[in-house]
Write a protein that binds this ligand. Structure first.
Ligand SMILES: [Zn+2]
Ligand SMILES: [Zn+2]
Length: 241
């Protein structure tokens, strides 16, 4: 686990046949009120929890898991983590919370062909991603958690209920799979994706002052060039119609 800055820790995803999402652990160390952002791929739950323990963090201090979105590479090992930490709450944006509560797994798998392949490969069955959601996020709220304040932005396009978490004073952004380092953005061909919504979401992110970009995959960028988000949005604009 790597400390990005105080109150934000990073666990790199370890990709398998499918990518494994990164995990961020947020909250001041002394608060005993930590949050995990995203879980990761099937089979990676133990690795994520062991990494947290090795860093000297008490897993008892982890109070909730906040999902940037519910794609399989982010939610795959949620069951494994909840088995070890049965008290943790699950916080998801309203639009994807409904899918989880109703056992509608179309957004989780993204496409039918992928569902069949993953179920075979990982021994999953229909209904494995049915969850009760403890807090349904709307976007626009400020979460005061673990001694830190994170603003929630609803940024659909890559998925219908994707969110970003933004720490205004530390200029840090956790955008899920909507935008990455190196001028990349998330795919927009899966179930519930919408290119024109993604364009709007990138536009909204462009208005934020961000130095530290903490995406769901690939490189973490600690010193973004000025105007990076805006430039990325601009480069992709012709493809997002
Ligand atoms: Zn995704
Ligand atoms: Zn992902």
């Amino acid at each position: 686990m790597t400390e990005i800055i105080e109150g934000i820790n990073f666990i790199a995803g370890v990709d398998d046949m499918i990518p494994d999402s990164h995990v961020y652990v947020i909250g001041e160390p002394s608060s005993q009120d930590l949050s995990i952002i995203d879980a990761g791929l099937m089979g990676k739950g133990n690795y994520k929890l062991q990494t947290i323990k090795k860093a000297g963090i008490k897993v008892e201090d982890i109070k909730r898991i906040i999902m940037t979105h519910i794609h399989l590479d982010h939610i795959g090992c949620l069951n494994e983590i909840r088995e070890k930490l049965p008290w943790v709450e699950l916080w998801v944006h309203d639009q994807e919370a409904e899918s989880l509560e109703q056992g509608d797994e179309r957004t989780v798998y993204g496409m039918e062909m992928f569902r069949n392949m993953c179920q075979m490969q990982y021994g999953l069955k229909d209904g494995d991603f049915t969850f009760e959601v403890n807090k349904k996020l709307q976007g626009g709220e400020s979460l005061e958690i673990g001694g830190t304040v994170w603003e929630v932005l609803h940024i659909p396009g890559h998925s219908p209920g994707g969110i970003a978490l933004y720490h205004r004073t530390k200029r840090a952004l956790i955008p899920g799979d909507v935008i990455y380092a190196d001028y990349a953005i998330g795919r927009f061909d899966l179930h519930g994706a919408d290119a024109s919504e993604l364009k709007k979401s990138l536009g909204r992110l462009s208005e934020l002052d961000v130095d530290i970009l903490l995406p769901g995959h690939n490189r973490v960028a600690r010193d973004l060039p000025e105007g990076y988000l805006e430039e990325t949005a601009k480069q992709w604009e012709p493809y997002l119609t």
